[in-house]
Design a protein around this ligand. Structure first.
Ligand SMILES: [Fe+2]
Length: 437
């Protein structure tokens, strides 16, 4: 009797190709690094590239051990060093001290990376049921997340001393009109509607009620944000949440991360080197506190994640939800600025008119993640899909939607929920505003 695989279960060849492509993309990111670059931890919030390589490889060992309980890990020492935060798998090391270890060496870590490749390739040929396929999908998606984290970390570590394997020019922007789109309220079904991989936190689909609102067509730009700075935004407590005010005073923040003032001019130091800020680029590397303070100053507010998702996914004429803002067509270079675009910075507003949502909101995918006002918690009826992966973070984190110029194409969708603490800003985060009607 023939066994019919479920609709969302890829065959062995597809899974193997996905694995190989994922691993190649990770290697492409580290290829420009010198040996010394792999080891250094420039700040407590980043991880050395060597650690990422070891950690994503170790995570495949975790997955193989879940499928085959008699699986033997390569090394007890590696399992300790490359464990991030999984209490169930031993005592994780302090994240802020990932850069103090010279062993395993860079070469030993790369050898481990390739050894795990071989093990996984052999393992995949014996995968037969849907549950195990999905566990490997989780491991691939986990590696996509680390590819993006690696880009944040390499910017902090090297900025323009990093010379990417591939580098493309940004597209020529179309003329823009900075306005807002009317989104009518009512009942909206939020959450992942498809049959392919998604994280447990995107489920279940559930109904929410929304009032009507105006969603800005574009994310807030450097030029918009500069007006907030020059209007004394960082010196006026009235715009700030109490925790945010305390944070900016304690840290001495007077502008977004990577901004510096040189001869009365704001410059940004990133993969492109030190350059005058581009007024038409989406603001990047701001915390939730800064996003919220800007909105208060501007007389607007951040969207909830439900408002963001409706603006991005709902096609009012067809009465359907789509996977991406532009529809269900797989993403390409004309839709959004993602990791595979190889642009290495946000693109100015108006660069991706073909990626607009049904309502006309642009650049909801790519460029910068967008802070929302929503707390990161489980949806009603949430069921944990993998112990300690997502739900142990259901406290003190805010949801971000969309994706950034460092997000791999394979991991974007309208229902994706990213999350960070409100004071974090080394990731590529910006925001767009909503106005109540
Ligand atoms: Fe991880």
């Amino acid at each position: 009797m023939a066994v019919i695989p479920p609709q969302n279960m890829p065959n062995f060849k597809m899974l193997l190709d996905q694995f190989k492509n994922t691993r190649s993309q990770t290697l492409e990111l580290v290829k420009p690094l010198e040996k010394e670059d792999y080891v250094v931890q420039t700040a407590f919030f980043m991880s050395p590239p060597k650690w990422h390589l070891g950690h994503v490889s170790w995570f495949y060992e975790v997955i193989m051990s879940k499928i085959n309980p008699s699986y033997e890990f390569h090394s007890k020492e590696y399992s300790k060093i490359f464990n991030s935060y999984y209490q169930a798998l031993g005592q994780p090391r302090d994240k802020a001290k990932r850069g103090i270890l010279s062993r395993p060496t860079v070469q030993e870590t790369l050898d481990y990376f390739f050894m795990i490749n071989k093990k996984v390739e052999d393992f995949l040929s014996n995968i037969k049921n849907e549950e195990d396929f999905l566990l490997f999908q989780l491991a691939f998606n986990h590696e996509y997340q680390h590819q993006e984290l690696l880009v944040y970390d390499v910017q902090n570590l090297l900025a323009d001393s990093y010379h990417p394997v591939k580098q493309n020019n940004a597209p020529i922007p179309s003329p823009v009109e900075k306005n807002a789109k009317m989104i009518y309220g009512g009942l909206f079904e939020m959450g992942y509607p498809g049959l392919d991989f998604c994280y447990d936190i995107e489920l279940p689909e559930h109904t929410v009620y929304l009032n009507s609102y105006l969603m800005d067509t574009f994310p807030v730009t450097n030029g918009d944000y500069l007006k907030f700075i020059t209007d004394g935004g960082y010196e006026n407590f009235r715009f700030w949440l109490s925790d945010g005010w305390e944070k900016i005073k304690k840290e001495g923040w007077i502008a977004p991360m990577y901004w510096e003032k040189e001869e009365e001019q704001w410059v940004r130091h990133d993969f492109r080197g030190k350059h005058k800020i581009n007024l038409n680029e989406p603001i990047c590397n701001v915390s939730y506190y800064e996003a919220d303070a800007y909105c208060k100053w501007a007389g607007k507010r951040l969207p909830t994640e439900a408002e963001w998702e409706k603006a991005s996914s709902w096609n009012e004429s067809k009465e359907i939800k789509t996977v991406y803002p532009w529809g269900n067509e797989p993403p390409n270079a004309r839709h959004a600025n993602l990791l595979e675009s190889h642009i290495w910075s946000p693109s100015v507003i108006g660069s991706y008119p073909e990626g607009k949502s049904h309502y006309g909101c642009q650049q909801m995918m790519g460029d910068v993640w967008e802070w929302t006002s929503s707390d990161f918690v489980g949806y009603p009826g949430f069921k944990s899909g993998f112990v300690e992966y997502n739900d142990k973070w259901f406290c003190n984190q805010k949801v971000l939607r969309g994706s950034s110029f460092a997000t791999p194409i394979a991991s974007i969708r309208n229902s994706y929920r990213n999350f960070f603490r409100p004071d974090e800003r080394w990731m590529f985060a910006g925001f767009r505003c909503v106005t109540d009607i």
